[in-house]
Ligand binder design. Structure first.
Ligand code: DX5
Ligand code: ZN
Length: 220
């Protein structure tokens, strides 16, 4: 049976000196994944808001912003206003997740919450009927190129079951970290439908062919 699959290349480990051509290399993807880090919530720092606005303006793909920052509540709204198609912030860092979700949606973007590997699903169960995206991290956030954490498969399955039980519109179930041609099959079998991949796509000889291969692997 073929399933709905969305592939989101992460430009975290792309060549930041030539971002436009790096974005062009993955133009067949469903969304462009934009990782924002502040060196506080995670021990790494990435794109400024100014750079982010340029990326959002340049990308023909809808942009999926992943905020790995402390106090995300205000900046999440700014990223929605800047034209992100989806803004995901970390539950662990937010003071008012419901207000932030609503403010993102009021600006016409999808709203997502992310949980770190150590955060149990139960902590966000009450938010599942409000969000458009649930991101289950499959590595500790902060860096590309890490290995997929197999112990998160159970959480993906739990999240899939919880989402299936919801009435009405269902949020996307996204995974991020260590996605390869092998691990994407495991994550898809556990119920994920939206896949971030950084190094697997950018290290491939042909990023566009890798996107198709990942899509094929996840949908069968
Ligand atoms: C990690 C970031 C990821 C990262 C994934 O904290 O959120 O989006 O770019 O990189 P890979 O696919 O190389 O694990
Ligand atoms: Zn990410």
């Amino acid at each position: 049976m073929s399933r709905v699959v969305r592939i989101c290349p992460s430009i975290l480990n792309a060549d930041h000196a030539h971002l436009n051509s790096e974005i062009d290399k993955v133009s067949s993807a469903d969304l462009l994944h934009l990782d924002i880090m502040d060196n506080i919530f995670v021990p790494n720092q990435t794109f400024s808001f100014h750079q982010s606005k340029e990326i959002i303006a340049y990308s023909q793909m809808p942009v999926d912003t992943h905020l790995m920052i402390h106090n995300p509540d205000e900046l999440a709204v700014d990223y929605a206003a800047a034209g992100s198609a989806n803004v995901t912030f970390h539950f662990e860092a937010s003071k008012s997740p419901v207000d932030t979700i609503n403010a993102i949606k009021d600006l016409g973007a999808r709203a997502g919450i992310a949980i770190r590997p150590k955060t149990p699903l139960i902590e966000v169960s009450h938010l599942l009927s409000y969000v458009d995206t649930l991101l289950v991290m499959t590595v500790e956030p902060g860096f590309g190129g890490q290995s997929f954490m197999m112990d998160q498969l159970h959480k993906i399955k739990q999240a899939h079951d919880a989402i299936t039980a919801l009435a009405g519109e269902k949020p996307w179930l996204q995974v991020d970290g260590g996605i390869t041609l092998e691990t994407i099959i495991l994550a898809a079998d556990a119920g994920a439908d939206t896949f971030v991949a950084g190094s697997t796509i950018y290290r491939a000889n042909s990023p566009q062919e890798m996107i198709e291969s990942l899509r094929h692997a996840a949908s069968h």
